[in-house]
Write a protein that binds this ligand. Structure first.
Ligand SMILES: Cc1cc2nc3c(=O)[nH]c(=O)nc-3n(C[C@H](O)[C@H](O)[C@H](O)COP(=O)(O)OP(=O)(O)OC[C@H]3O[C@@H](n4cnc5c(N)ncnc54)[C@H](O)[C@@H]3O)c2cc1C
Length: 468
């Protein structure tokens, strides 16, 4: 079998398949390292991720046990300690009742209370149809206008009215006032469910999860080809036969009766030879991914703040989040510097995408000063990483285009698409792993897939809700 992509989804599948001795696995990965968007790398002795990454306790218990076994004591359980900027004030995130009472701007609190009261007045009119209408209906105007809508405009580069209802229903974890109140109540001792306000984090960066999965898969006999960019998936009729890729400037080909793809579904559709029907290629041209620039600033100080992450919903500050990687694992090493990572949503071709690392570093300092977080220590250097596929874009109507691609790919024997990019799912790592484990459970010993069972799992994937 050939697995396309060595992010958590591809690695989870490679690991489970080799453990069970179910297939000889070759993993193709365009980069030189594993982990995809959930990988890690070093900057001046500080281990950093591609933006803020945490393993959420909502992870399927069997998968969590597996990761705990793989990582041992290196998988730390840490308290969340972040802040959100709201109308110029800092509120603790996750939200805490006492902190809200002390720091929530009064006008905001009154606005939310009025929205809550309005919910008891029966509404007339049409049923909600977009991200904007669903959230405004369930969370009220105040939270939407001060928090979700500006954040959505910044994150997606679209107005909330242009976003699909799916974005609100499945991708906003506190999607109603009652859910939000329940989340706040979980901070109260006695009402606290296990895991609330906590997250798992590997000592050596989030990418250590992927690294351990790779080692486990390799121990089971999986082969990894790095720097290998997919160029074609060949088929004969509706049966997959081979994969072609470019590596070290040369085109290579591997015969493969089974291909499991975790690369973007659009890339997969466009790589098929003979090519996909015109309407399927056209569907691939009508969905896109949101890009992101990660700006890393190396500061000559031990710690910038005590917080792991700062969230910026307001539009005046172009970054959506700032994280300080050393605070995720509570390390004080190295003592002479810390790194800040700012997440700047942006697409290739934009003004920001064309800016140099230095320009982006300077811009980041000015945005932080504007937010009341001035950088006072000397800046050693600024560098960036650019993700072309950070988030699937849920434009209103995207569902039809995705369904066209999904249905066509689904009828090709031996070919399976899953993972965040493969199923166009704005999901967490534990969801991508869940998909991988599910795929392996559906593989029969004769190499065919139990499609009925896969269909049931696909319904479970629909219930996944992304956690921030
Ligand atoms: C800013 C940000 C913050 C996040 N925070 C969290 C968090 O706190 N917690 C959490 O659980 N999740 C978080 N996520 C989500 C997490 O990164 C994903 O869920 C996870 O990476 C999905 O794994 P995957 O294997 O499905 O996809 P990916 O990680 O995207 O892996 C796909 C792989 O395919 C490879 N590939 C693509 N095209 C080709 C090609 N043509 N040829 C060969 N290889 C190719 C890529 O290089 C990549 O390695 C965050 C994501 C972002 C962008």
């Amino acid at each position: 079998m050939v697995i396309l992509g060595a992010g958590p989804a591809g690695l989870g599948a490679a690991c489970q398949l080799t453990r069970a001795g179910m297939a000889r696995v070759t993993v193709l990965e365009q980069r030189d390292i594993v982990g995809g968007n959930a990988g890690s790398f070093d900057i001046d002795g500080v281990r950093v991720d591609y933006g803020s990454h945490r393993l959420h306790p909502a992870c399927d218990p069997a998968i969590l046990r597996d990761l705990q076994e793989l990582l041992g004591d290196d998988l730390l359980l840490r308290p969340r300690h972040g802040r959100i900027r709201l109308r110029g004030r800092w509120i603790h995130f996750p939200l805490k009742p006492v902190d809200l009472l002390l720091h929530l701007p009064k006008s905001f609190g009154f606005g939310v209370a009025a929205d809550l009261a309005r919910k008891f007045v029966p509404r007339r009119g049409q049923s909600p149809e977009t991200f904007a209408s669903v959230l405004e209906h369930s969370l009220g105007r105040t939270i939407c206008r001060d928090f979700y809508f500006p954040y959505a405009r910044k994150l997606w580069g679209l107005s909330p009215e242009q976003l699909s209802v799916t974005q609100a229903r499945r991708r906003v974890s506190a999607s109603s006032l009652s859910k939000m109140l329940r989340k706040i109540a979980t901070a109260i001792p006695g009402l606290k469910p296990p895991g609330a306000g906590r997250f798992f984090y590997p000592k050596l960066g989030f990418g250590q999860i992927s690294q351990r999965l790779r080692e486990e898969a390799e121990a089971g006999g999986a082969e990894f080809l790095f720097g290998a960019r997919l160029t074609a998936v060949e088929r004969e009729g509706n049966r997959v036969t081979a994969v072609c890729y470019e590596r070290h400037g040369r085109e290579e080909r591997i015969a493969a009766p089974l291909v499991w793809s975790t690369v973007p579904i659009t890339v997969l559709v466009n790589s098929l030879r003979p090519e996909a029907p015109a309407e399927v290629r056209s569907a691939a041209g009508q969905v896109d991914f949101r890009g992101m620039i990660l700006i890393y600033l190396v500061l000559e100080q031990k710690q910038f703040t005590e917080y792991d992450a700062h969230y910026f919903p307001e539009e005046a500050i172009p970054i959506s989040r700032l994280s300080e990687p050393k605070n995720y694992s509570a390390t004080s090493n190295p003592a002479d510097c810390t790194v800040l990572c700012a997440e700047l949503p942006a697409d290739p071709g934009s003004r920001e995408w064309a800016m140099s690392d230095d320009e982006l570093g300077k811009a980041m300092c000015s945005w932080l000063a504007q937010a009341g977080l001035p950088v006072r220590a000397p800046v050693r250097r600024a560098l960036t990483r650019r993700l072309r596929q950070a988030y699937p874009m849920y434009r209103a109507g995207y569902e039809t285009h995705f369904a066209t691609m999904d249905a066509w790919v689904g009828q090709i024997e031996g070919l399976l698409t899953f993972g965040r990019q493969g199923l166009f799912a704005h999901d967490n790592t534990h969801h991508a792993l869940y998909m991988a484990y599910a795929a392996v459970k559906c593989l029969r010993s004769d190499g065919t897939l139990d499609l009925g069972r896969w269909k049931e799992f696909r319904q479970v994937f629909e219930t996944h809700i992304v956690e921030d």
